[in-house]
Write a protein that binds this ligand. Structure first.
Ligand SMILES: CC(C)(COP(=O)(O)OP(=O)(O)OC[C@H]1O[C@@H](n2cnc3c(N)ncnc32)[C@H](O)[C@@H]1OP(=O)(O)O)[C@@H](O)C(=O)NCCC(=O)NCCS
Length: 143
């Protein structure tokens, strides 16, 4: 049975990272960085099939008027069953009255079905080298 949770209880972060890599949706975060990025988010939605985490989504919200959605993913073997829609709905239900932003390359149709509309051109900047910060430098050696 598929369950959706709004906590990080029970997530095996190393197994999740390996699944993300195998599924082609990995951006280079170490296992610790992956866990921290979810722990430091204001809202999360995690999908489980039994004990295995097979979907995730997270959101950063200022609690007032603006929020940003990231890391929306359903494992390829579980797609088109409404899992990401349920995950997104959990996130959106948590931020009434807020303007929710996201960036996507190839899932615009998915977000359109949730009511998202295309934005005017956005802008972004990477400060230094991506993922090169204290979360990586402070990493304990493997093992
Ligand atoms: C995009 C993604 C999260 C969708 O996950 P999913 O669990 O298969 O989505 P759902 O089953 O909840 O789909 C909800 C609706 O969107 C549609 N949909 C799903 N993926 C779609 C896509 N890539 N393009 C257009 N429509 C899509 C579904 O058909 C469904 O429509 P319906 O309600 O009319 O039946 C998943 O394909 C994925 O992980 N892709 C790789 C990562 C990615 O691109 N993430 C988004 C950018 S950050």
């Amino acid at each position: 049975m598929i369950t959706l949770c709004t906590t990080l209880d029970g997530v095996d972060w190393e197994a999740l990272r390996l699944d993300l890599i195998a599924d082609g949706f990995h951006n280079g975060r170490s296992t610790r960085q992956l866990r921290l990025s979810f722990e430091n988010s204001t809202h999360v939605a995690m999908g489980f099939d039994g004990a295995r985490c097979i979907a995730n989504a997270r959101m950063l919200s200022d609690g007032v008027g603006n929020a940003y959605v990231l890391d929306v993913w359903t494992h390829s073997a579980w797609r088109r069953r409404g899992i990401a829609r349920r995950a997104m709905q959990l996130l959106l239900d948590a931020v009434p009255g807020q303007h929710v932003y996201l960036g996507t390359d190839d899932a615009a149709g998915f977000y359109a079905k949730l009511g998202f509309a295309p934005q005017m051109q956005g802008m972004s900047l990477i400060v230094g080298n991506y993922l090169d910060n204290a979360t990586r430098r402070d990493e304990p050696p493997p093992g």
